[in-house]
Design a protein around this ligand. Structure first.
Ligand SMILES: Nc1ncnc2c1ncn2[C@@H]1O[C@H](COP(=O)(O)OP(=O)(O)OP(=O)(O)O)[C@@H](O)[C@H]1O
Ligand SMILES: [Mg+2]
Length: 450
């Protein structure tokens, strides 16, 4: 039995009582069981990092170093905390003195240690020494380490997310004999005396197996899963991998493709005027969709190209965030022109979408030439009698009606209705809509004539 707590001083009922192993005022205590406190469960799809896990154990446990887990480029989200969780959960047996996880960023670390000892171990930390001198916070924390329960056995202390080492150093246990300290930090070489394990982004194989885990299910599950796991945090891990120019291997191409396809399917579900409920359900996919539009557009098929941008545009449009929607509408026009040529029906559709965005902001002058271009292009590509031509005519007529240009609007509605009735039939929803629009125009015209 070591004498770890022989100098411990407890205050109970306001009296100072000296407590040591030879002379105890209290009934003998039950042997304390170790507290294993790791506030994170660990993620289900943990991949790779086996070398790092071994290196941590070797340096921390066998060689008795303080170990700092950092990131090669100092970046967040690379998996430092997750690795510390994994290590701690795998090695509870190696630390019979318990595991103490402390958040070094938010809380005052000294207070955190005292709370840990009071709440988790049920000890009362004294306010004064036996001469009645008030203990400083640093002294109280020192008392905590000295009176740790159980009184023997290695203890793993994890300090998650250390930012300023100098602010917390005075609270750390002075001897490493019992306490092994594992730090996570965004800083490189936080202390020259610490052993450093610096994480890189996942290797190709690891990123692949993470992607397999995430993508291996139906898209709906994907959204739910991502919601549970704070998807955008997964993101930095796979982004580098997805963007890497060295992605020549067929398998990686295949996964880029799977990633892209998954988010393109989601993009196609976004309606032009999404409800808030829908926006909430899809928002978790938006950073990934942005990734596709910005960096993986080559993996998007010709047919889907328009959706890569339009999905994003409608997502923002539905929230009235026109300034965020506009660049995606513009990019849609230019990307489609450059991939599919100036004379493609999707050019017309994307011009139409940009015009719709201008319309919702009341920017009718900017919308008009786009709608005219779209109409001309559709006539040229699809022939005068195509149902899409009817839609284009209707849209231009709607614009004129919103501007009060009724005389210009009427013949366009009539043309649109004529085509729709002939090609789609009198009861087709588009025909019905156009007829309704024309009737509405006529009531407005009637009113303005008095
Ligand atoms: N080895 C891994 N396998 C699978 N997913 C991982 C792995 N490591 C991390 N992740 C995922 O990446 C996310 C971010 O990891 P983590 O929180 O550990 O990053 P961090 O480096 O501690 O970031 P920060 O600097 O912001 O604290 C985690 O939520 C987890 O979902
Ligand atoms: Mg972290």
């Amino acid at each position: 039995m070591t004498n770890e707590n022989s100098q411990g001083i407890n205050i109970k009922g306001g009296k100072n009582e000296i407590k040591d192993n030879t002379f105890n005022f209290y009934p003998p205590e039950k042997p304390a069981t170790a507290v294993n406190y790791i506030p994170y469960l660990g993620i289900p799809h943990f991949v790779g990092r086996s070398e790092e896990l071994e290196a941590i154990h070797e340096k921390l446990y066998a060689q008795n170093n303080t170990v700092a887990i950092s990131a090669v480029s100092g970046m967040g989200g690379v998996g430092k905390t997750e690795l510390a969780v994994k290590y701690a959960r795998e090695h509870t047996d190696d630390y019979p003195g318990g595991i103490c996880w402390l958040n070094a960023r938010d809380a005052n670390l000294g207070a955190g240690i005292i709370q840990f000892v009071q709440l988790q171990m049920g000890l009362e930390v004294p306010q004064q020494d036996f001469q009645g001198n008030v203990l400083t916070l640093v002294q109280q924390v020192a008392w905590c380490w000295q009176n740790w329960r159980p009184s023997e056995g290695l203890v793993l202390v994890v300090l998650d997310d250390v930012t300023e080492l100098k602010e917390i150093k005075e609270f750390l246990p002075k001897t490493n004999n019992r306490f092994r300290i594992l730090i996570t930090t965004r800083q490189r070489r936080i202390d020259i005396n610490y052993a450093e394990i610096s994480l890189n982004v996942l290797s190709e194989d690891e990123a692949l197996s993470l992607l397999k885990g995430i993508l291996g299910e139906h898209e709906r599950h994907l959204i739910e899963r991502l919601q549970d796991e704070a998807s955008y945090k997964v993101h930095p891990l796979i982004r580098e991998f997805l963007q890497a120019k060295l992605t020549e291997s067929a398998e990686i191409k295949e996964f880029q493709q799977a990633f892209t396809n998954t988010f393109m399917e989601i993009a196609q579900t976004i309606p032009q005027s999404p409800t808030l409920e829908f926006i909430d359900s899809v928002k978790i996919a938006i950073p990934h969709l942005t990734e596709v539009a910005e960096n993986l557009i080559d993996a998007v098929s010709d047919e889907n190209l328009i959706w890569a941008f339009t999905g994003l545009a409608w997502f923002y449009n539905g929230q009235g965030l026109y300034a965020l929607a506009e660049p995606w509408c513009e990019q849609s026009v230019s990307a489609i022109k450059s991939r599919l040529g100036e004379n493609h029906p999707d050019v017309a559709t994307s011009l139409n979408n940009l015009a719709a965005l201008y319309n919702s902001q009341g920017r009718y002058e900017a919308a008009e030439p786009l709608l005219i271009q779209a109409l001309e292009l559709k006539k040229q590509l699809l022939g005068e009698n195509h149902p899409h031509v009817a839609i284009s005519l209707n849209n231009l007529a709607e614009l004129y009606r919103s501007q009060g240009r009724y005389e210009a609007a009427e013949p366009l509605y009539l043309q649109a209705l004529e085509i729709a009735e002939r090609v789609l039939g009198t009861n087709h929803p588009n025909t019905v809509t156009i007829r309704g629009n024309l009737e509405y125009l006529r009531t407005q015209m009637g009113k303005s004539e008095g």
